[in-house]
Design a protein around this ligand. Sequence first.
Ligand SMILES: [Zn+2]
Ligand SMILES: [Zn+2]
Length: 305
Amino acid sequence: MIFELTILGANAAIPAHGRFPTSQVLCINHRYYMIDCGEGAQIQLFRHKIKINKIHAIFISHLHGDHYFGLMGLLNTMNLRGRTEPLYLHAPKGLQEIITLQLKYSHAVLNYSLHFIETNQEKSVFLFEDEKVTVHTIPLLHRIPCCGFLFREKAKDKNLIKEKIPIDLPIAGRIALKKGEDFEHNNQILKNEDYTHLPNKRRSYAFCSDTVYLPSSALIEIIKGVDLLYHEATFTHIHEKRAAQTFHSTGKQAALIAQEARVAKLILGHFSTRYYDLSPLLEEAKEVFPNAALAIEGETFSVEE
Ligand SMILES: [Zn+2]
Ligand SMILES: [Zn+2]
């Protein structure tokens, strides 16, 4: 099953050097979840052939414009493209007021329902679930209330050892074995451990943007061991002071967080416009945490089962 992150934008503050502001889409088993929606996000969706009305839910980290200015256009296009499915929008307090006001003054009526769910930036809380995934908030420290998002696959069924399964075993028996139960068949007890393998691991993705460097903090516990971590790296470490003053992080600091949380892979993003060439950011991160990559528009990052 697919577990794949596509980067739509990862520049900070403004579009620059051909880079778009923050936006990305996580696809889990053909369900699409958008994370942040910077200006131009819908252009990027078209460019990378992601159908906008397949997006099931949107998660906005905070209300700095580079993380949500693409939203109004996207909501409008969803309507023009015939959306009828409800849309779930998880965002800080204030977004509902902003969107409602824009709809009001353009006399726009959407043919689908918008559901606003306010996020909690103070502590990690459950936010969303469907049959495949759960999402929790990740409190971050920024100039305005801000949180990241932790996506984790739900517990999975065990895998059947197909060559051992009796041909005449009814569906109920297969389901019971997958759920970890024994099953009586033809007056014989099928012992679960003889007929199943352990389930595939639960894959996870943590999105952390924007934030000041938060070592040895609650953040580490929340993101510990995730398969994929996106952490902002607005500046190189020469500008450590500037990063702290503006409540951002450096490439090296993002790598230190990845190292401390023992994640499998780090993706750097939210690049300052001062960097045309991003290789110094990647190099300083790799010195601390070798399995690091840059969030480049159009790149996808897959987690295998
Ligand atoms: Zn930002
Ligand atoms: Zn910000």
